[in-house]
Design a protein around this ligand. Structure first.
Ligand SMILES: O=C(O)C1=C[C@@H](OP(=O)(O)O)[C@@H](O)[C@H](O)C1
Ligand SMILES: C=C(OP(=O)(O)O)C(=O)O
Length: 460
């Protein structure tokens, strides 16, 4: 019998499969898909994106760019996106801004806020309740300095909805704080060439009083740095001229006059999604190969395998795959600032290690889909672990004998995917609201089932 509709399912229970061996290619990277969509949407000419991710976070991006006349033709089950910019036009009016619903997609709202402020038009970007609690104030403040018009984040504490009424940018020097999210800087970087190519009066000329060279200085700490390098690489693939300047501990970015050009662009599989499969090898003592990724992939999250190696796994790289072979695991002390989307994965692996695991450097994880320190600690305790919560992370003391539990997922796809790993070893673990994986990986449980054998039960 086929699995029932996952959106109607209250929980999933994994039946421990024993050792798991296999290989898998996860779906396309969310971060690369949404960056490529921004660059393609504001390019001169049309683009074809291959290997794209089709999920809630990319669908809200596609819907948003469609609402300003860009055509996105979805083929090959969502993996190929043909972007035609010929119908592109500024949205809305002060009385009737174009409404964009972005659910809980941080990349979508942060990248679009910056891009639309540079493009011009009137917009209101809003999402689900949690999105309206996730900060965007530092980005709005940075744009406020250069916008020819107005921008505001209307919820308490500088959170969405965001309203924009813009004729483009009139300035060329920006500064932005980077301690809450790197997505602000990535958004401004991608917006800079758009500010050059589009002004509200002419449509295709450099905005009055604005130089084509833009400089963005980061004020203070910059979290999640590999995503900024990824942004620069994607921009370069679309013809933009962008340089990251590292000086002592400060970071700045300069962009030149070149406009985005339509291209054919291939997207890597998602490295954060791959972490669940590498962790499956670590936890079950098996051997799992993830195809389509390599040590110098564009996504920093491939660095998760280095942490597994420190814990006792073997890791093998080829030009087009990374294999993890599980072994006896020992706890580690690790700074995960640059790979923060894999903290929940590691936290579950840590349950099965000898000795405690300390995760540092991820205070910014409290601002994501949920509080990924406090809420994570709460669920791990249900499995019998002792967990110390710190301002910047947590320490996990593995349970002497883990206990089965029913785990909340807080509308957070990474909670659901990570907790499925606990079920690989602990009989009776139930994961509530498994459909929340739709944010970045709608087929996660089906893919996990294929990898481990028919070994999970949907509730009836
Ligand atoms: O730029 C990106 O694609 C992302 C940056 C990270 O966010 P932060 O910079 O807020 O840590 C990461 O958590 C998110 O899933 C994707
Ligand atoms: C934090 C995440 O997403 P975003 O910030 O893009 O909503 C994530 O995918 O783990």
């Amino acid at each position: 019998m086929p699995d029932p509709d996952p959106t109607a399912i209250p929980f999933v229970e994994i039946v421990p499969p024993g050792r798991v061996d296999g290989r898998i290619r996860p779906p396309g990277s969310k971060s690369l898909t949404n960056r490529a969509l921004i660059c393609a949407a504001f390019a001169d000419g049309n683009s074809i994106l291959t290997g794209a991710l089709r999920s809630e976070d990319t669908e809200v991006m596609i819907d948003a760019v469609r609402s300003i006349g860009i055509s996105v033709d979805v083929q090959d089950g969502g993996r190929t996106l043909s972007v035609d910019t010929s119908g592109r036009s500024r949205g809305g009016s002060p009385d009737q801004p174009t409404q964009m619903f972005i659910a809980n997609s941080g990349t979508t709202i942060r990248f679009l806020t910056a891009a639309l402020s540079a493009f011009g038009g009137c917009y209101r970007l809003h999402g689900v309740d949690r999105m309206h609690q996730r900060p965007i104030g530092d980005l709005v403040t940075a744009i406020d300095d250069v916008i020819d018009g107005s921008i505001a984040a209307v919820s308490a504490g500088g959170c969405p909805p965001v309203t924009i009424s813009s004729n483009g940018w009139k300035g060329d020097r920006l500064s932005v704080a980077g301690s809450v999210s790197s997505q602000y800087l990535s958004g401004l970087m991608m917006a800079a060439p758009i500010a050059n190519s589009h002004s509200a009066t002419s449509g295709h000329s450099t905005a009055a009083n604005s130089s084509p060279t833009k400089r963005i200085d980061v004020v203070g700490e910059l979290v999640s740095r590999p995503y900024v390098d990824m942004t620069a690489k994607v921009m370069q693939s679309f013809g933009s001229d962008v340089t990251i300047i590292d000086h002592d501990s400060s970071v700045a970015v300069e962009t030149g006059a070149a406009a985005y050009q339509g291209v054919q662009y291939a997207i890597e599989p998602d490295a954060s999604a791959a972490s669940y499969f590498w962790a499956t090898a670590a936890i079950t003592g098996g051997e799992i190969t993830v195809d389509g990724l390599c040590a110098n992939a564009m996504q920093g999250d491939v660095g998760f395998v280095d942490v597994l190696e420190k814990m006792g796994c073997q890791v093998r790289h080829t030009d087009d795959s990374i294999t993890v072979i599980g072994g006896p695991l020992k706890g580690v002390d690790v700074d995960m600032n640059v790979i923060s989307d894999t903290v929940q994965t590691l936290a579950v692996v840590a349950l099965f290690a000898e000795g405690p695991t300390r995760v540092r450097g991820v205070a910014h994880n409290r601002f994501k889909e949920t509080d990924r320190i406090g809420d994570l600690a709460c669920e791990l305790r249900k499995l019998g672990a002792r967990v110390d919560e710190h301002e910047d992370g947590l320490t996990i003391h593995p349970p002497v004998s883990p206990t089965a539990a029913t785990l909340e997922t807080y509308h957070d796809h990474r909670m659901a995917m990570s907790f499925s790993l606990a079920g690989l070893k602990i009989p009776g673990v139930k994961i509530l609201d498994p459909a929340c994986t739709a944010k970045t990986y709608p087929e996660y449980f089906a893919d996990l089932e294929r990898l481990i054998g028919h070994a999970h039960r949907w509730s009836r």
